[in-house]
Design a protein around this ligand. Structure first.
Ligand code: F6P
Length: 485
């Protein structure tokens, strides 16, 4: 079996007991079963990075590098999180572009490629993850790597006009196309990418899943990220009466719980969600004293100005809701601005009557799947879910809402609170059926199998000297200023 080399900005923190991010959780199952090497940022900043640090564990070798302060500021906070993140989530107004950040982003990717190449062995499979590392496939090829290279984008891909506002948009697309296989969360993300590659680079699409560019065939695929639903259901059962769950239950009395659990991130629609709750309380005075909303908003990326501004805005809004609707003996909204352990969260989810997952846009959103898995099938809670989360394609039993429209969301929350037990069960069953046969492990294996096939078929076409079909150039190229280096 070929060794699998995973490359991602963040690797699991082996020293911390803290919860790893979604990407690390999704890949953890595959790496523990298959073994291999995991390369990425150590999570540390040092003035003069000392090169690659290797940590061997039973199954996985972790190879990490430190970032310099400028790389952390410009590659991670700057270009990755203040340019690519908002644009990929179709929130271009939040983009803070700056030429220096773009240069450091490319240079940091090049430094990562330089550090990785000497660690690669013949017959390795390389799997690159997410928006921090868009240039890596081309940088590895330029350094003579012939191994199969896969790329998976965990976040959404926007419409071509939106993507084109990223500085160096064409260069980024061209660099991604050096991979054998590019994976997306949904068919919409895949189609947006193919359309952008066509309009900005003249790449041609053959059928659904092949792009041809610069004499190369690149396979496109859709691989929705999954959780381990049975494992999470068991965790929720175990935590149904944990000390933390009991304390929360006791504090609620007979009130029904509305729960949100997100990173404190502008894409998560938190301001609109709180506005919906505020409207619901204003229009339904009978709910006073009958419901409580708990919003876990784990602080995240606090070095980025937009994230700090969001935290301040949420604190103001939460204060306004409690001041306006609160009673001496009732606080309508509780906000906790830090992460809670996974088991505690599973217990809270099981206790909730309504789960609020309303991102403005989201690649997948694993919290939505976890909420479903955590429910008691006899007395399940209702999921209110954004139409613009990747998870909405699978979880059609949720109340699907427009996260930009607080009134529509308030109506959906009202419906969820009034819903009969029969309807709650029906909706829950349909959602459970959609996820019960899935797993994070199968997701990882599915991508790796598709990567091996894509590489084989590219080599077969090359060996057979198959002509690349001539296809029409894009009719109407985008006329925005584009730097192509
Ligand atoms: O959605 C992308 C992602 O990388 C997730 O995998 C992860 O949970 C989150 O962003 C964490 O972001 P960061 O690494 O910036 O803390």
């Amino acid at each position: 079996m070929n060794r699998l080399v995973v490359v991602s900005n963040r690797v699991p923190d082996l020293t911390a007991s803290a919860q790893a991010g979604g990407l690390a959780v999704a890949l953890g199952a595959l790496m523990q079963r298959r073994g291999g090497m995991w390369f990425g940022w150590s999570g540390h900043i040092s003035a003069a990075p000392a090169g690659v640090a290797l940590t061997r564990t039973e199954h996985v070798d972790y190879a990490t590098i430190d970032l310099t302060a400028d790389e952390h500021e410009s590659y991670y906070n700057g270009f990755s999180n203040a340019v690519l993140w908002p644009v990929l989530h179709t929130l271009p107004d939040l983009m803070h572009a700056d030429r220096h950040c773009a240069e450091v982003y490319h240079a940091t990717n090049a430094r990562m490629a330089d550090a990785l190449v000497p660690l690669l062995r013949p017959n390795d499979l390389v799997w690159v993850h997410d928006y921090h590392l868009l240039p890596l496939p081309a940088l590895l090829r330029a350094r003579g790597v012939h191994a199969p290279i896969g790329f998976f984008l965990h976040v959404p891909f926007p419409a071509p006009d939106v993507f084109s506002i990223v500085p160096d948009a064409r260069r980024l697309l061209r660099d991604m196309l050096a991979a054998d296989m590019i994976g997306f969360q949904t068919p919409g993300d895949r189609d947006n990418f193919a359309a952008a590659a066509h309009r900005l680079l003249g790449a041609a699409r053959l059928g659904e899943s092949t792009l041809v560019h610069g004499g190369n065939r690149v396979r496109l695929g859709v691989f929705p990220v999954e959780i381990d639903p049975r494992g999470f259901a068991e965790l929720a059962r175990q935590n149904a009466d944990s000390a933390a769950t009991q304390r929360l239950r006791a504090s609620l009395g007979d009130q029904r719980l509305l729960l949100g659990a997100d990173r404190l991130d502008p894409t998560k629609g938190l301001v609109q969600r709180l506005a919906a709750y505020r409207g619901l309380l204003a229009n339904h005075p009978e709910l006073r004293g009958q419901v409580t909303m708990l919003q876990i908003a784990a602080a995240s990326r606090q070095d980025v100005a937009t994230y700090r501004d969001l935290r301040a805005a949420l604190e103001r809004q939460a204060g306004a809701i409690n001041a306006e609707s609160g009673e001496p003996d009732w606080t309508p909204l509780r906000v906790v601005a830090r992460a809670v352990p996974r088991g505690t969260m599973a217990g809270y989810m099981r206790l909730s009557r309504v789960g609020l997952v309303t991102p403005l846009r989201d690649g997948m959103n694993l919290v939505a799947k976890e909420f479903v898995a955590a429910q008691d099938p006899q007395d399940p809670g209702v999921l209110v879910l954004s139409r613009y989360a990747g998870a909405a394609r699978q979880l059609t039993g949720a109340l699907l809402v427009n996260p930009h429209d607080p009134e529509e969301m308030a109506q959906a929350i009202g419906m969820a609170l009034d819903m009969t037990q029969d309807e709650r069960q029906d909706r829950w069953h349909s959602m459970w059926r959609a996820i019960e046969g899935t797993s994070a492990l199968a997701w990882g294996r599915g991508f790796v199998a598709a990567l091996i096939n894509a590489n084989r078929s590219r080599l077969d076409h090359a060996a057979a000297n198959d002509p690349i079909p001539m296809l029409p150039a894009p009719a109407e190229p985008i006329s925005l200023p584009l730097a192509l280096h």
